[in-house]
Write a protein that binds this ligand. Structure first.
Ligand SMILES: Nc1ncnc2c1ncn2[C@@H]1O[C@H](COP(=O)(O)OP(=O)(O)OP(=O)(O)O)[C@@H](O)[C@H]1O
Ligand SMILES: [Mg+2]
Length: 231
């Protein structure tokens, strides 16, 4: 059974519709990508799943419960952890305060485990959010999401703007999380890195799912990448 199930989702801003009948699913323990060029609706999809935008139509269920239009804190409580686009860490709070700010203690993830997972965060625990490098901020955003003990973690731009070595570190950490059974929905522009991590891809174009399939299928037909992903 699907952990997250999005059915015919339509959403947008004001009266402008941006998403048209989006369908996607993530099963327990599975990693799924959401790809597409700039402005195709990836962040809008994520924001709607997280309750930050109210959909016009459609249904979102998580663990079999209808969470369509639920308040964002309810969705976090239900078990979806978000690493938002732009990271959105609290700049005037310390690393440790950021980690504690939205924590939900109900599972294995504790401050200690997050520090074990990202030793750099322990080294920087008393730094302010604003004093961190981009890579450290992304580690903090992931650590903060883990502190909610999510059943599904959603990353909107997992490695955007990060140096190659730091990106590689983030991808390795995501692989580790997947290896531990964490379900992941990930947005990124690095198709090679996504291919190594995910079981299933979903491609959006102008707010519609134009292709969905396995990584094998994606690479079997080179037209797909050219048509929907290359600039
Ligand atoms: N706050 C907003 N108000 C009005 N329109 C918006 C708003 N945010 C996004 N849009 C529009 O919605 C569409 C989808 O944007 P969205 O941010 O979901 O794309 P994206 O796939 O995440 O792009 P990117 O890869 O650049 O992050 C775009 O046409 C965008 O201009
Ligand atoms: Mg986006």
């Amino acid at each position: 059974m699907s952990l997250l199930h999005v059915e015919k989702l339509q959403a947008g801003y004001g009266s402008a519709k941006v998403l048209f009948d989006i369908c996607l699913s993530v099963k327990a323990g599975e990693a799924v990508s959401l790809m597409g060029r700039n402005g195709m609706g990836k962040t809008t999809t994520v924001k709607t799943i997280m309750g930050l935008i109210k959909p016009f139509e459609g249904r979102i269920t998580f663990k079999g419960t209808d969470i369509t239009s639920a308040a964002p804190y309810r969705i976090a409580q239900a078990g979806i952890g978000l690493v938002p686009e732009g990271r959105q860490i609290f700049p005037t709070l310390t690393v440790e305060e950021n980690l504690r700010a939205i924590a939900i203690s109900r599972g294995k993830w504790t401050l200690k485990l997050v520090y074990d997972f990202f030793p750099r965060l322990l080294e920087r625990s008393s730094y302010l959010g604003s004093q961190l490098s981009g890579g450290e901020q992304q580690m903090l955003a992931i650590g903060r999401a883990l502190m909610t003990n999510p059943s599904l973690i959603i990353l909107d731009e997992a490695t955007e703007g990060l140096a190659p070595l730091i990106s590689a570190e983030i991808w390795a950490k995501l692989a580790e999380l997947k290896g531990e059974g964490e379900a992941i929905l990930v947005i990124d522009k690095n198709i090679g890195a996504l291919s190594k991590l995910v079981d299933h891809h979903t491609i959006l174009e102008k707010g519609r799912v134009v292709w969905a399939g396995s990584d094998f299928d994606l690479h079997t037909d080179p037209n797909i990448v050219d048509r929907f992903l290359h600039l």
